[in-house]
Write a protein that binds this ligand. Structure first.
Ligand code: ZN
Length: 484
């Protein structure tokens, strides 16, 4: 059964001020109803200020990044979209006529890009309203119904989130996304679903809705033309209202229409960042790396920036391999994003050069990377601190007395250290047994510390692997016994 899925996405813009007044937009920090003024609470007689230029520029930029044409040299009206709800003191929401049209992202056509305003926050249980959010500028992105499966919908949303993230023009905090989707199956009716606030939520909502509509069609029932709400906690959609809402949209007579000229668009185009999927293509060509690796690298803007900076220092192919495997692994295990990385491109470059010149092994390199991520450090000092044996020329630099302090490991000392480490780090052991191979390096680092750097990392890894293998076997046999 062929299906058609389209989206309407709202995301808050990262401006300091609201759209039609000077109130600050950081409503999360402020006590309820403190970031407000007569304009954003629609007091009688209060007139809106002209729309925030930064917000308009941000929407133009996002429209360009989504491949849209910007509507030039004609009035763009800021309209009043009327509806009654406690979160909307004016009784209408400001929403512009399209600023961008006819765009495209990963094969999905972007119909329109608008500027909008957020309503306040109403708590139906407590019966309270907080108007701090009222008037915070939003971008609204409307797609054509070009997606044909929940997977396609998810892929598009992921890519869109990435573009928004790259732009730096939307709020970075999670939970600011709001997506409505419309779904229709062949022979059915178009149904709208509201209340989706994550990519995962969108995927589940679409999946549920397709199933529901399919079942109705197969039974020969008519699908009502309606708006439904997605309930995140239960992963289902429920009826919200029959779809006969007329918003009575009229241009706001108090706001002068926006007119955008070519010069303004060109200025914005010049400062605009490269869109992730285009950057991916460029990385493939420029650095001769595979599509898959480039995809991993552009998955975060900071990661891509870092890659290009390090690629100036060392062989880009080696850098790419390390980014895709070791660095990603370390970041995933430590639950960090590329933006949290502390080291400089030069330090990472230096580390890769050491690996390339075979002064340290790749395994040792990963141990060093694990430390570098947390704290920038001089490589040689760091190597000494975590006890990685270094080559002759490096040894020369280390003072003689330091070397004399090094006592070789006694018989059984390494094994004892391994056992102790496994006992003291049950979480990492558990992770490893569950298949998270990167936990092994974490444990190796601990053993290294315990032996004060006197053990050979390869020996450590060998011992660790052997002990962990034993644990796995014991666990499996225990389980099979129990099941008998
Ligand atoms: Zn205000």
């Amino acid at each position: 059964m062929r299906m058609k899925i389209g989206f309407e996405i709202h995301e808050q813009l990262a401006t300091k001020r609201k759209l039609c007044c000077d109130c600050p937009t950081d409503y999360r920090e402020a006590p309820p109803n403190t970031n407000v003024c007569p304009i954003c609470t629609a007091m009688p007689g209060a007139k809106p200020m002209p729309p925030n230029v930064k917000a308009v520029d941000a929407v133009i930029e996002l429209a360009l990044m989504l491949g849209c044409e910007v509507v030039l040299d004609q009035p763009i009206y800021v309209q009043r979209k009327h509806y009654d709800y406690p979160d909307l003191p004016a009784g209408y929401q400001h929403s512009s006529t399209p600023i961008g049209i006819n765009g495209e992202l990963v094969g999905v056509r972007i119909r329109e890009v608008h500027l909008e305003e957020d309503p306040g926050a109403y708590d139906p249980v407590a019966g309270t309203v907080d108007f701090n959010r009222c008037g915070v500028p939003l971008v609204e992105i409307v797609t054509e119904p070009d997606m044909h499966s929940p997977e396609e919908a998810r892929r598009f949303l992921r890519q869109l989130m990435l573009v928004l993230d790259y732009s730096g023009r939307v709020r970075p905090e999670p939970g600011t996304l709001r997506a409505d989707t419309n779904i229709s199956l062949e022979g059915g009716t178009r149904v709208e679903i509201k209340n989706i606030n994550s990519t995962k939520g969108a995927y589940r909502a679409v999946k549920f809705e397709v199933m529901r509509q399919k079942a109705l069609i197969e039974r020969g029932a008519v699908i009502p033309y309606e708006t439904r709400a997605y309930l995140e906690s239960q992963m289902i959609t429920v009826p919200m209202r029959m779809k006969v809402v007329d918003f009575h949209v009229i241009p706001d007579p108090d706001i002068f229409p926006i007119v955008i000229d070519r010069a303004r668009v060109e200025t914005i185009r010049k400062r605009m960042v490269e869109v992730p999927h285009q950057r991916e293509q460029r990385l493939v060509k420029q650095y001769q790396i595979s599509q898959a690796v480039a995809g991993v690298i552009v998955s975060e803007r900071e990661l891509a920036d870092l890659f290009e900076a390090v690629a100036k220092e060392v062989d880009p192919k080696l850098v790419a391999t390390w980014f895709q495997t070791n660095l990603k692994k370390v970041l995933n295990y430590m639950k960090l994003r590329a933006a949290d990385v502390r080291f400089t491109p030069e330090q990472f470059g230096g580390l890769l050069r050491m690996v390339k010149d075979k002064r340290i092994t790749p395994e040792q390199g990963e141990l060093v990377l694990r430390e570098l991520v947390k704290q920038p450090a001089e490589l040689e000092k760091l190597l000494r601190r975590i006890g990685i044996p270094i080559t002759v020329e490096l040894r020369e630099k280390i003072k003689l007395e330091d070397r004399l302090k090094v006592v070789p490991l006694k018989h059984g000392e390494l094994e004892a250290a391994v056992v102790k480490t496994l006992e003291e780090n049950p979480k990492a052991v558990e992770d490893y047994l569950k298949g998270r191979k990167e936990a092994l390096n974490f444990l190796a680092g601990k053993v290294m510390k315990l032996t004060r750097g006197r053990a050979d990392p390869r020996e450590i890894l060998k011992f660790l692997s052997a002990k962990l293998k034993g644990k796995k076997k014991r666990r499996v046999s225990r389980r099979t016994k129990r099941s008998k």
